[in-house]
Design a protein around this ligand. Structure first.
Ligand SMILES: Nc1ncnc2c1ncn2[C@@H]1O[C@H](COP(=O)(O)OP(=O)(O)OP(=O)(O)O)[C@@H](O)[C@H]1O
Length: 322
């Protein structure tokens, strides 16, 4: 039985006459990491800030742990951790002083030394915050947001500015929190981050969710691809029957490229054809769509269109097609 700790129903948020969030629905179940992705200005931060209780929705219902985050922020504070895009540290305090201050303000107890160690900041304990690098500050943000293990954690672009090694460390830390049962809502521009960490995700565009569901649900929105060089001596007439679409331009240049909704059956056709004719398959590739493909598909299919978009099926928070 799934237990939604974050519920968002028909959320709308406006800045004056501009509606930045235009009817967003999703749920985040207990122990799950849900990633909110999207184009610049899609409304991710506005959505996140509203769920965190920093902003009153124009309409719709938001619940975190069954509470209204705007009206019942105080009750929620002890159970939630928030990592904002911009940290509000006092630059003159050292890392250790900052952590102690945060700890003093929190009702949750935690092993701060271990957290600093875990995020590779222990050796920077006595350094003033203003002297930290951007990546070190981001890791300090993560330490502070997770002090005392909140039940629900909001991570707004947590690894922006981190080098690849630090990102890896941050991901491992986030996975450890997941293993401990912390429920998380993450916004990120790094698609690989969502692919690696998220149980479910949504891609926002112009204030709406264009696609959402599990990674498998979302990836199935775009067709898979098979490609290889047309073997010398073989003509296009010799090719097997594909259920997918063969790219005529690439074929004219001697390359077979098929976009297919049925990767397995088209792959079987290629293998049978290749073994029957004993042909070499040079530069052969077969792959499902990536999150990158889906993301670009969302943007392309919405380009120049007036909302709502007929091209892309809108999928509800649980992966159901609306
Ligand atoms: N304080 C504000 N006043 C007016 N418009 C705003 C304000 N904050 C955000 N907006 C607008 O609302 C829309 C959504 O912004 P938001 O920051 O939520 O998007 P985002 O998905 O987080 O974008 P990004 O990925 O670029 O951070 C944008 O068009 C933005 O310009």
């Amino acid at each position: 039985m799934q237990n939604p700790l974050i519920e968002v129903n028909d959320l709308r948020c406006s800045y004056g006459s501009f509606e930045a969030v235009r009817g967003v629905d999703f749920e985040v179940n207990e122990g799950e990491l849900f990633a909110l992705l999207g184009t610049n200005g899609a409304g991710k931060t506005t959505t996140m800030e509203t769920i965190e209780g920093h902003r009153r929705p124009s309409s719709g219902v938001v619940r975190v742990l069954g509470l209204d985050p705007f009206r019942q922020r105080k009750q929620l504070r002890s159970q939630t951790g928030i990592m904002l895009q911009e940290s509000g540290f006092a630059g003159d305090l050292t890392v250790a002083e900052t952590v102690s201050l945060w700890q003093a303000m929190s009702s949750r107890r935690s092993d701060t030394g271990a957290a600093l160690e875990r995020l590779d900041l222990a050796h920077r304990r006595d350094v003033r915050v203003k002297q930290l690098s951007g990546g070190e500050r981001r890791r300090l943000d993560l330490v502070l947001a997770t002090l005392g293990r909140p039940r629900v954690l909001f991570l707004d672009e947590p690894t922006t500015g981190l080098d690849p090694e630090s990102r890896k460390t941050a991901w491992e830390f986030i996975r450890e929190l997941l293993a401990e049962g912390v429920t998380m809502l993450l916004t990120t521009h790094y698609l690989d981050e969502a692919e690696s960490l998220a149980h479910r995700l949504a891609i926002m565009h112009e204030g709406r969710i264009a696609v959402s569901g599990s990674l498998v649900d979302v990836l199935s929105q775009e067709r898979a691809q098979i490609s290889f060089d047309l073997p010398s001596g073989a003509s296009e007439l010799d090719l097997p029957e594909f259920t997918g679409e063969l790219d005529a331009d690439q074929l004219a240049r001697g390359h077979v490229h098929v976009q297919t909704s049925s990767l397995e059956s088209d792959l079987r056709a290629v293998v049978q054809w290749q073994s029957a004719h004993q042909l070499p398959l040079l530069r052969f590739r077969a792959q499902h769509a990536s999150l990158n493909d889906v993301f670009h598909g969302v943007v392309d299919s919405h380009r120049g269109q007036v909302l709502p978009f007929p091209g892309v099926p809108a999928v509800g928070g649980n992966g159901s097609v609306r």
